[in-house]
Design a binder for this molecule. Structure first.
Ligand SMILES: [Zn+2]
Length: 136
């Protein structure tokens, strides 16, 4: 048996607007990704490719619910980005977040949304479920 036990127990209930109570680390190499209290919980669902150490051409898509929203990429301790993926029926671009050290991911996603004024609003969403990340 491994000392690191995985549990299927549900995470404590979170509410929109909650801050992440503990720092978020990569679940593979434990590199720190986000310090505590920098992400704001948002209860949205996003289709993400299943996690792997290298981005794959074709991968299974999984609906993931619950993210820590971060508005400034410099709030992250370490994070990497995939190539851009175009959203269907939209001018918006999506990039997937990966671990900066081991490239494990996607551990979240980043939206470059075009406003009507032509400005680009960037929002970063880091997975809140311990399947893709882990907490300190
Ligand atoms: Zn890692």
């Amino acid at each position: 048996m491994s000392e690191v036990s995985k549990t299927d127990a549900p995470m404590p209930e979170r509410h929109a607007g909650d801050k992440n109570p503990r720092a978020v680390r990569c679940s593979i190499c434990t590199c720190k990704i986000l310090n505590a209290n920098l992400g704001v919980y948002t209860d949205i669902t996003k289709d993400l490719p299943e996690t792997s150490l290298k981005a794959k051409e074709v991968s299974t898509i999984e609906a993931v619910t619950g993210f820590w929203e971060v508005s400034d990429m410099f709030d992250f301790e370490n994070v990497g980005f995939s190539h851009s993926v175009k959203e269907d029926n939209s001018e918006d671009l999506v990039k997937y977040l990966t671990c900066a050290d081991c490239e494990y991911g996607p551990i979240g996603w980043c939206l470059h949304a075009h406003s009507q004024e032509g400005a680009i609003k960037k929002s970063f969403y880091l997975c809140a479920t311990e399947k893709r990340i882990k907490y300190e």
